[in-house]
Ligand binder design. Structure first.
Ligand SMILES: [Fe+2]
Ligand SMILES: [Fe+2]
Length: 307
């Protein structure tokens, strides 16, 4: 009983001033976005693969947590859950807009979306608590990617096409804001000792599946791009050539940032008493808000009040 209590301990609260509210945004994703929207490196090839996974992924997140919505009675968590659902729905819509533009330059990217759909449809064969554990694991992934983005935000916003850079930063901010919601719901409905082993297993499954999906996606993103030769403007090379030749170290940089620098952030998830807010990176949200996002439509009041 004592052990069970420990696994159900009271977790850190959402940092003060960090509300989970959907924002109305308009990034001007109107057909003028180039496939090579990032001008300093080939990181766009990686993110163009990741964005194809997102609309399907966001729908899976929402469905997995909706299943337990009525079992959450704690008012603050209820409100956070509504905020989470509204934010994820908005992410799916905006990435859908971006994806339609990218598909014009590389129609084969649709295969990535199909792989994601197949993987997550397979996930629906598992019990509801395992589906929620999958969502918790993927939310930990998205929070860690958001962390990387904001560690490199100055360069990222400088070299990005404004619409796409703003879109990724907005998504990253909201991933940080709501990073603990699914975890808290999971703890409320399925935590404890068994829940710990389930969420660890889900993380291992997600790590394997995500790695496979992103590797295939990256391959498609590079190989089937048939656009103009000068897709990396300052070098005038095709991305696959850039990757293999002059900028080979770019992939080392990417591997270093995404895998090695992130490994500690990833591994803490396996701690028995882990909570997403053990790592307080809310200062990135504060800084982003202070700088002001060009894509955010000001004076927008959502239809419901979350907190
Ligand atoms: Fe999201
Ligand atoms: Fe999320």
């Amino acid at each position: 009983m004592m052990i069970e209590k420990l696994f159900k301990r009271v977790y850190p609260q959402q940092p003060a001033g960090l509300a989970i509210r959907p924002r109305k945004v308009d990034f001007g994703l109107d057909g003028a976005v180039p496939y090579n929207w990032y001008k300093e490196s080939s990181v766009f090839l990686f993110l163009n693969a990741v964005t194809m996974l997102l609309p399907v992924g966001e729908r899976f997140f929402i469905n997995s947590v909706m299943y337990y919505k009525n079992r959450i009675t704690e008012p603050v968590l209820q409100a956070q859950l509504s905020g989470f659902i509204a934010q994820e729905a908005a992410h799916g819509k905006q990435h859908e807009l971006l994806n339609r533009l990218l598909l014009k330059d590389n129609p084969k990217l649709i295969v990535i979306e199909k792989i994601a759909k197949w993987l997550l449809d397979s996930g629906k064969l598992f019990p509801a608590s395992f589906q929620l554990a999958i969502t918790c694991a993927l939310e930990h992934f998205t929070a860690s990617f958001a962390n990387i983005l904001f560690e490199n935000h100055a360069a990222f916003s400088r070299f990005s096409h404004p619409a796409v850079g703003e879109l990724w930063a907005w998504h990253a901010v909201e991933e940080l804001e709501h990073k603990a919601v699914c975890f808290d719901v999971y703890q409320a409905v399925a935590g404890g000792v068994l829940g710990y082993f389930e969420r660890c297993l889900a993380m291992l499954v997600v790590t394997l599946m995500f790695s496979i999906a992103v590797s295939i996606g990256l391959f498609i993103s590079i190989i089937f791009y048939k656009g103009p030769k000068n897709i990396v403007e300052h070098q005038g090379k095709r991305p696959d050539k850039v990757v293999k030749a002059e900028n080979g170290n770019e992939w080392l940089w990417l591997a270093f940032n995404v895998v090695l620098r992130n490994i500690g952030y990833y591994l803490v998830y396996f701690r028995p008493f882990f909570h997403p807010w053990d790592c307080d990176n809310s200062h990135f949200v504060t800084a982003w808000k202070a700088a002001g996002s060009a894509g955010e439509v000001k004076n927008f009041e959502p239809e419901f009040d979350q907190q």
